[in-house]
Design a protein around this ligand. Structure first.
Ligand SMILES: [Zn+2]
Length: 534
């Protein structure tokens, strides 16, 4: 008789697959970080046995879309509420490096210069790393509760090789970017990401991205994209992504798919059938989604791309020049071809400050409110705040409608990603602490939009298959013992826009690499997490 480290008895196993029998009663043994399935009540011995009667045992959730690249590096070994929010909601693997921004790779001579540019996205002094191995080593020195892996950001490649400037890559620069990407993917990074609304990624042509995506294709790894426009021109932007997927041969993954802004509301009625048709033709295309009608991003992304040409120092210089501010005001009022104009698609009253480290009094308020209180034009108020914060401000944008969110959640090829942007301090979007329980509680139990098995599959097996996480995201013999136990009758998000780090309810326990990291909703202090290579 096997003597397990841990024996989980009496639970309803939802195994993370899309199989018809994905939900069934079974006992699960854990030994040396691996799983063994047993018939209910089978004789077995264990150092520790837990009775899961009435509870669901699922693979640990894989958050396919985070910006948590540096949060444990900044926030120290034991972290704070910001660090623990992910594992408290059952996430056993985070995939960072999204939207074109990763903490590697960089040419050695460019590391210091790049640090200033990355502050905007990650906050604090997180540093930059030459390659995936150096990134993994930095994380290995700061014990973590769950696992992490990273995509390679195209914006990071571009910032390192070309600099934060608005021009095409030379053939030599493109070769260098491809070589850096190739090395990072060989070392274990999970794919290539772009953020084509963000500087400097937005300065790239379609051809440049095709060349880089072809490198991902050669590794069998996905091209993961924040589309060039998710608002009024989302359909054109999706066409570009499909072209990049087709010409490069890379599997295509559309990040946080949405049709945002008043001119795009309802357009998921067109984008989703398009994706479904491509899949029916045999194209390997998937997407992810978070269960909220608000997004979150950098305040600087509200400005036209030319404003950031030259990097933070150049942006700051323009923001302090009243003539340049007038040009920005006009660009926002009239639009700029090829630029996703968030404010023009909504308004400053839909945008609130999430994190402004030196001006916490602004957090939670809309730009419209803050400007009115100061008797200022919103663009002037934004300019002053960005200068004071050296560009490092994140915002929340209430830009979507519920019907679109539900349609994307229900699409059979969408998986769940929080798009969490955790930074020490601040008032982040509640998705970082609430995404997975919100899907299980609100969209599965309350609304019946998805079956429990389908929702779990979107959080586990589908995600592991897409991002090459072998032996994860499923409960089967020999799989890695990354698990979550939850109560399907009570699981719910606690995080709100007012109080964004309130832990969820109904997450009973979380197990990473065979060790219990969360019990009864609280961390145990175990730190078995690793940086995973794919
Ligand atoms: Zn994004």
């Amino acid at each position: 008789m096997t003597h397990f480290d841990l024996l989980l008895r009496g639970g309803l196993v939802i195994d993370g697959t899309a199989a018809p029998d994905a939900a069934r009663h079974a006992d699960v043994g854990v030994l040396d970080g691996r799983l063994t399935l047993l018939p209910p009540g089978a004789p077995a011995a264990a150092r520790e046995t837990e009775d899961l009667t009435g509870l669901v045992l699922a693979p640990g959730f894989i958050d396919v879309h985070t910006h948590s690249d540096g949060v444990t590096l900044i926030d120290g070994e034991l972290g704070g509420d910001m660090v623990r929010a992910a594992v408290l909601q059952g996430v056993t693997t985070e995939i960072c490096g999204n939207c074109g921004s990763s903490l590697f790779p960089a040419l050695p001579g460019r590391l210091a210069a790049m640090r200033a540019e990355t502050r905007v996205y990650f906050g604090g002094d997180v540093g930059m790393y030459e390659g995936f191995a150096e990134f993994a080593a930095a994380h290995a020195a700061v014990p973590r509760a769950n696992h992490l892996t990273s995509l390679v950001g195209h914006g990071t490649l571009r910032a390192g090789v070309i600099g934060p400037v608005d021009r095409a890559a030379t053939p030599g620069e493109l070769d260098t970017m491809c070589a850096l990407l190739d090395r990072a993917l060989s070392a274990g990074a999970a794919g290539l990401s772009t953020g084509l609304i963000y500087t400097p990624g937005t300065y790239a042509s379609t051809d440049e991205v095709v060349a880089l995506a072809a490198v991902a294709a050669a590794h069998g790894k996905p091209y993961v994209t924040h589309l060039r426009d998710e608002m009024s021109r989302v359909e054109e932007a999706l066409e570009e992504a499909v072209e990049i997927g087709r010409r490069s041969g890379a599997p295509l993954h559309v990040s946080h798919h949405k049709t945002a802004g008043k001119y795009a509301w309802g357009l998921t009625r067109r984008t989703l059938p398009k994706l479904a048709a491509l899949r029916a033709e045999g194209m390997d295309v998937t997407c992810d989604v978070y269960p909220y009608t608000a997004g979150s991003t950098a305040l600087g992304a509200m400005l036209p791309p030319w404003a950031s040409d030259g990097g933070i120092a150049a942006l700051t210089a323009r923001l302090t020049d009243s003539g340049q501010r007038d040009l920005m005001r006009r660009a926002i009022a009239e639009g700029v071809p090829g630029w996703e104009n968030t404010v023009g698609n909504g308004g400053w009253d839909r945008i609130s400050i999430a994190c402004a480290p030196r001006h916490p009094e602004t957090e939670g308020h809309t730009i419209a409110e803050l400007a009115a209180a100061r008797g200022q034009d919103p663009v002037d108020m934004v300019a002053e705040l960005l200068v004071a914060e050296q560009g490092e401000v994140t915002i929340i944008s209430h830009s979507m409608i519920e019907d679109d969110v539900r349609r994307v959640l229900a699409a059979p090829y969408s998986m769940i990603g929080s798009d969490g942007v955790p930074k020490p301090g601040g008032r982040p979007h509640p998705r970082w602490a609430g995404t997975f329980p919100r899907v299980l509680g609100h969209y599965v139990r309350e609304l019946g939009l998805l079956s429990l098995e389908t929702a779990v599959h979107k959080m586990t097996g589908m995600a592991a298959a897409r991002f090459g996480l072998a032996g994860r995201g499923v409960i089967r013999d020999g799989a890695h013992a990354d698990l979550v136990v939850f109560d399907p009758g009570t699981v719910a998000d606690g995080a709100t826009f007012v109080d964004p780090l309130v832990p969820p309810s109904g997450i009973h326990s979380v197990i990473v690499a065979g060790r219990t990291v969360v019990r009864d909703g609280a961390e145990t202090g175990a730190r078995p997490g690793a940086v995973l290579s794919t």
